[in-house]
Design a protein around this ligand. Structure first.
Ligand code: GLN
Length: 531
């Protein structure tokens, strides 16, 4: 899957939609993303650069597209599903240092391209999949993508009709002329052809319907079969895209071209029921999200999607209100949070915006608003409680103040000697033991759950007893290390903080139970106030 004309067209959504359709026809599918940047992984990237950092079960800090892959397919991804230029170069340089190249000059072609090909085929060698969709990040024509596209060209020769290339482009609408324009698509396909790649399928992203006649014209100019030109028109939710693709036969084209014979039509029943619920929902639940990246749609992607899925399963529309934590003060907290049915305190790093999170938490706690703290949000719950209930005014996390007298959130011993920032946090899925009877245990319907982590700091167990005595219960802990994973205020409507990130495991067909429980509490709170 390559992309042309501009970025942000939704290659990840098209890949996910195709995978969703193939899976529903009974195939074993996975999707991998190749990112042409030099970073080893997006873990060190600021959300302003690349949106949320997603985390896989095996603890890889990944591109947010992997989140879409999991949400659409319900298939867990791993480190092998996300490779960057940095990782390719790192492994080539390691081989060079070991002497593996036997005195040869190490070059982009063939050594870098061979390494890319090896990575592209790696998941295939596991024997676990019938189809592997490989998304090449960036846009055709970028200098950075050249080695990846050269690898694709070579792979097409190796794999023959066991492979195909889908190219996603943009068909802009010129409002003044009232016309859709195909020229950028033609140019982008030419560029791909110059690199020796002939796309088999074109997916055209557009805001207006593209006529069959125009599609035939594009097919003719771009050397593609007329029925292999598919439009991807804007929809109200990304979860409709698989159906739109199926209506135009994208999955069938792929099966035909790869000589795969589908036993049955896609079984989209549960998916359709999700969409039906979404369409039938009349009432709205209003959730406030307090964070510092609120101007950026993608920074809290998995939280947004988990909330949306939960609201849909609770038969409600979701109204998500972003509240900038840097601008929140005691003077305006009532105005900004007073109307919320529930409040999420977002994850994050560093001091900026942290005081606003304490303001929000104090208000939510005192007014008994359903509140969900995630990772840094949970740590803030603990700090706010220490300051305002335990009477420790200088309580803090040592991330924010290394010399705080009350380090209620502190570094784990094994984190203290770490100086590199990349890939060194507590990452990936860990078991969590939940106290029977807690809101969290009730929500999951289980007392041992596995959720994903991405953090360095932890609840300081030296304070645990004082918190418990004052009413903040530590209801979830790691069974081996006894690290606190979940805190609750049992007397409140719903006041739960998780050190882990439950949003990463929430999918369309298996929404995360904690989000469902939170959203239901928010709906109940709204109904109570209405009465
Ligand atoms: N900054 C906090 C830590 O490192 C929380 C991280 C997060 O919210 N993902 O522990």
């Amino acid at each position: 899957m390559t992309g042309g004309v501009v970025s942000s067209l939704g290659k990840g959504i098209i890949s996910s939609s195709l995978a969703c359709l193939l899976k529903s026809r009974g195939y074993r599918v996975t999707i991998q993303k190749f990112d042409p940047y030099i970073n080893i992984d997006p873990g060190t990237l600021n959300p302003y650069e690349h949106g949320e950092c997603y985390v896989t079960v095996d603890g890889h800090e990944a591109d947010l597209d992997l989140g879409h892959y999991e949400r659409f397919t319900d298939i867990q991804t791993t480190r092998a599903n996300n490779v960057t230029t940095g990782r390719i170069y790192q492994s080539v340089i390691d081989k060079e240092r070991r002497g593996d190249y036997l005195g040869k000059t190490v070059q982009i072609v063939p050594h870098i391209t061979d390494e890319i090909k090896r990575a592209v085929k790696a998941l295939g060698h596991t024997g676990d999949f019938d189809f592997i969709i490989t998304e090449i990040g960036g846009v055709v024509g970028d200098i950075e993508s050249l080695p990846f596209l050269e690898a694709v060209r070579q792979l097409r020769w190796e794999l023959g009709d066991k492979s195909l290339c889908i190219h996603l482009t943009y068909v802009p609408y010129i409002a003044a002329a009232k016309e859709l324009k195909t020229k950028p698509t033609q140019h982008s396909v030419k560029k791909l052809q110059e690199l020796g790649i002939q796309p088999d399928v074109l997916v055209l992203r557009t805001e207006h319907h593209i006529s069959p006649e125009m599609r035939r014209k594009i097919a003719l100019f771009c050397n593609v079969a007329p029925d292999a030109v598919v439009q991807s028109i804007d929809v109200d939710t990304i979860y409709r895209v698989p159906l739109r693709m199926h209506e135009q036969g994208l999955d069938e084209i792929v099966l035909r071209k790869t000589h795969a014979h589908s036993a049955h039509e896609p079984e989209m029943g549960p998916w359709m029921r999700f969409l039906e619920k979404m369409d039938a929902a009349e009432d709205t639940v209003t959730i406030g999200l307090v964070g510092k990246y609120v101007e950026l749609q993608d920074a809290y992607k998995s939280i947004n999607e988990a909330l949306f899925q939960a609201a849909t399963y609770a038969d409600h529309k979701l109204k998500l209100v972003y509240i900038h934590s840097e601008k929140l003060t005691d003077a305006d907290v009532e105005e900004k949070l007073g109307g919320m049915d529930g409040v999420v305190i977002a994850p994050g790093f560093g001091q900026r915006g942290i005081e606003g999170k304490f303001v929000a938490l104090k208000y939510c706690r005192e007014h008994d608003i359903p509140t969900f703290g995630i990772c840094l949000g949970m740590q803030c719950m603990v700090i706010e409680f220490a300051r305002n209930v335990l009477g420790l005014p200088e309580a803090n996390s040592t991330e924010m103040n290394p010399s705080t007298p009350d380090n209620v959130i502190d570094l784990m011993e094994e984190q203290k000697s770490i100086s590199n920032l990349g890939g060194t946090m507590r990452l990936g899925a860990y078991d969590c033991q939940l106290a029977p009877g807690s809101k969290a245990a009730e929500a999951y319907g289980e007392t041992v759950v596995k959720e994903r982590h991405r953090h360095r700091f932890e609840f300081n167990n030296a304070y645990r007893e004082r918190f418990e005595r004052a009413g903040m219960s530590c209801v979830g802990q790691n069974p081996k290390t006894h690290l606190v994973e979940v805190v609750e205020l049992p007397g409140k409507r719903w006041f739960v903080g998780t050190q882990y990130h439950p949003e990463y495991s929430s999918t369309v067909l298996h929404p995360n139970p904690l989000f469902i429980s939170f959203v239901k509490a928010a709906i109940a709170y709204r109904d109570e106030r209405k009465k």
